[in-house]
Design a binder for this molecule. Structure first.
Ligand code: AMP
Length: 305
């Protein structure tokens, strides 16, 4: 029997090749929807809309089974090849250099959602073709929709991207992407400009410097969790978004207090995700570890007036 989950994500499910200054992994389980759903699954039930080829093994699928992630809308194409991304990081771990992108099965993906998925209240459009993000957005009668994107789409499909941005409530992107998207070097002005295009809020991820939330009439910013060892930044953005949307879907409300907590949960999930390759760290994360870092955030950002 199919079920409506409180949260749904469309995005890439990928096989990555990653090189960091600390090591490399040839076949690393990745993709925006993968990192997002694993992080979000600590807060609520989540469903994935994506496509894979038959090179995506049963062992790879275990990441969804273990966390009871709903895969009713994860299509498998016989004879198809899974999305592939190769990326490299230098000592500035905030910026990934894309070495190779192969859309493979995503090139002709035409998602047809089940009727139950169409009733999902919280929807995340993870990083993937903007046309595909919009096709999913149009099928779902969601109460709150957020999206991500990256320079790859900002540079190749700017018009399609603007059309998708116009139909979401929140845009969650990193600071360099916000500047590039708005064509504006000052981040505050870039944020103000993007907010005139449709979304009610913008969440800017700033890597090791934290994150900021902009709405038309408020501003909130936090530092990143002070980690001493960052091993693989891949998926930091998606696990941030997973913690953020997972918490909002669990709380089932969108007010300033809940949004600020969601930013902290996003930062906590990203801080764990970067400690090891792929989703390895989140796969053995415990809820009490999430609570511990959440409380530490309160301590190190609190001061008296
Ligand atoms: P991030 O959270 O931004 O580090 O996202 C990392 C994930 O994004 C990787 O696991 C990649 O598989 C995926 N990715 C990289 N480039 C693209 C792209 N152009 N479209 C969709 N997903 C991508």
């Amino acid at each position: 029997m199919s079920t409506t989950t409180p949260l749904l994500v469309v995005g890439s499910v990928a096989i990555d090749s990653i090189t960091t200054p600390f090591g490399s992994r040839e076949r690393s389980l990745g993709g925006s929807a993968t990192h997002f759903s694993v992080a979000a699954s600590f807060f609520t039930d989540v469903g994935v809309v994506a496509v894979i080829g038959d090179d995506f093994t049963d062992d790879d699928k275990a990441v969804f089974r273990e966390r009871r992630i709903n895969t009713e809308n994860l299509q498998s194409i016989p004879g198809g090849k899974t999305f592939r991304w190769a990326g490299e990081y230098g000592f500035d771990l905030n910026t990934a250099k894309t070495l190779d992108t192969q859309l493979n099965v995503f090139a002709d993906f035409n998602p047809q959602l089940s009727d139950t998925a169409k009733r999902t209240p919280f929807l995340f459009l993870g990083n993937i073709l903007p046309t595909l993000q919009r096709e999913v957005r149009e099928q779902v009668d969601a109460r709150f929709v957020a999206m991500d994107t990256m320079n790859w789409w900002i540079e190749r499909t700017p018009e399609e991207l603007r059309k998708t941005i116009a139909v979401v409530d929140a845009l969650i992107i990193n600071d360099a992407e916000a500047r590039e998207l708005a064509g504006e070097p000052n981040l505050i002005r870039a944020a103000r400009k993007i907010l005139t295009w449709g979304p009610q809020m913008l969440v800017v991820k700033r890597g090791e410097y934290g994150a900021a939330l902009f709405t038309r009439d408020s501003f909130f910013a936090i530092p990143a969790y002070p980690l001493e060892s960052v091993f693989d930044p891949t998926g930091a953005g998606d696990s941030f978004a997973g913690g953020f949307m997972g918490y909002l879907a669990q709380a089932d409300k969108i007010d300033e207090i809940t949004l600020r907590r969601a930013i902290i949960y996003g930062s906590v999930m990203a801080s764990y995700n970067v400690e090891e390759f792929s989703c390895d760290r989140l796969r053995r994360l415990k809820p009490e570890e999430i609570r511990a870092r959440f409380h530490q955030f309160k301590e190190f950002t609190h001061f008296e007036i």
